[in-house]
Write a new protein. Structure first.
Length: 406
């Protein structure tokens, strides 16, 4: 039986990318040479030259200023593999014929795994699909759904494009199946991941999408009916939690965030920028410390700040924007933000409900956590900048899919 390479690519990325591999290593990284060759054959164009051309000024300045060579070149290769994967995903969007069919398969298999995970939660084998970790002050050893990924928040980020895709299909009446069943299929994974950062960013992005496309949304009664229903259900659930489970983990986490004692939340937001600033002070605020150098230059700063022991080796800045600033300074951060704003206008993101929702989500989320080599984030950026799903156009048009990033 012939296996569709596009389905294989999608399933590898979504379900199996880190299965059985050491932390930090993925199959998309290992397969970068093969993906690069596939891109060259499929699109018949060189894609690495722009990456190295843009990276060259940073490389010259960082190498002249002095870096740990092994960490630097390993990190550059990792960044290059992320770039290759991004190009491969863009190629997938342009050339895959039945992208919605592939999305449907991913959502269905994901839901089946969620159903399998629920009884597994209560067994000694929970760690196959769940992760047990510190959540916030007073809530330790909390289990969150991760499936075969390395962490629950990453899984939630991975699932977000699928969630938004089918959420909008329900809202815009583009779905022929039972909407109530589909709501369960898309909401269950996010709820079980308990990623408040991802869920909060989705809610804020949806609110902003409604505001920015208010004129179009106002004509869709179904939108406001569902908003009213969702609001009523949320209030009901909150009242039930207050009455029957006043000491639940959700309230504990929200209370700690409000009081400023949520160490996990602080570490991904304010602390990340504070530590980046202190690390930059040792090198250059303009050009940064260089790829892979945070764990070299900033090891003592991060250990002392959190009172970690000297043998603690997980040294990182868990925030995409803060990490970009630390590694590449103000120049890199301006380039990052400038590219996002330029592509927003160049590809007319606001002309699509789906693309605008995705853009707003990932723009917000990059300030609240994650890391610079997170390919799940790059997938969302590419979806936001590529006109791959014309059914979500605010003003429907006929014609072929535009290669928006070309």
């Amino acid at each position: 039986m012939k296996i569709d390479k596009y389905i294989l690519f999608a399933f590898l990325y979504f379900f199996l990318n880190s299965l059985g591999l050491p932390f930090g290593l993925t199959y998309t990284t290992l397969l970068s040479p093969l993906l690069y060759y596939w891109i060259l054959v499929t699109r018949k164009r060189e894609i690495l030259f722009p990456f190295f051309l843009a990276f060259l000024p940073f490389a010259i300045i960082h190498l002249v200023g002095g870096v740990d060579m092994k960490s630097y070149f390993v990190s550059v290769l990792n960044l290059a593999s992320c770039y290759i994967f991004g190009q491969a995903f863009y190629t997938f969007l342009i050339y895959a014929r039945d992208k919605e069919g592939i999305f449907r398969k991913l959502v269905l298999v994901n839901f089946i795994l969620c159903l399998i995970a629920i009884p597994l939660y209560f067994t000694p084998f929970y760690d196959i699909l769940w992760i047990e970790q510190y959540l916030t002050e007073g809530v330790d050893n909390f289990r969150r759904l991760k499936l075969f990924t390395y962490e629950a928040s990453y899984y939630a980020t991975l699932f977000t494009p699928l969630f938004i895709f089918y959420f909008l299909k329900i809202i815009l009446k583009l779905n022929k199946a039972n909407s109530w069943q589909l709501l369960l299929v898309i909401f269950l994974p996010l709820a079980l991941s308990f990623s408040l950062g991802v869920i909060s960013a989705i809610l804020i992005a949806w609110f902003l999408t409604c505001i920015l496309l208010l004129r179009s949304m106002a004509r869709k009664r179904r939108v406001w009916n569902l908003v009213a229903l969702a609001g009523s259900l949320s209030i009901f659930l909150l009242v039930m939690l207050v009455i029957f489970f006043p000491e639940n983990s959700l309230f504990s986490r929200i209370g700690n965030v409000i009081s400023g004692t949520d160490l996990s939340g602080n570490g991904r937001t304010s602390d990340a920028f504070l530590l980046a600033d202190r690390i930059l002070a040792l090198k250059s605020h303009i050009w940064g410390v260089g790829a892979g150098q945070v764990k070299i230059v900033g090891a003592d700063i991060i250990r002392n700040y959190y009172n970690y022991p000297d043998d603690y080796m997980v040294i990182a800045i868990p925030n995409t924007v803060a990490e970009t600033w630390a590694l590449f300074g103000w120049v890199g951060l301006v380039l990052r933000m400038g590219t996002e704003v330029f592509l927003f206008f160049h590809t007319r993101v606001w002309t699509s409900y789906y693309r605008l929702f995705l853009f707003l989500f990932v723009f917000i989320y990059q300030f609240t956590g994650s890391f610079i080599t997170n390919i799940a984030e790059y997938v969302i950026w590419i979806l936001a900048f590529t006109h791959a799903f014309p059914q979500f156009d605010v003003i429907p048009k006929t014609g072929k899919i535009k290669k928006s990033l070309s």
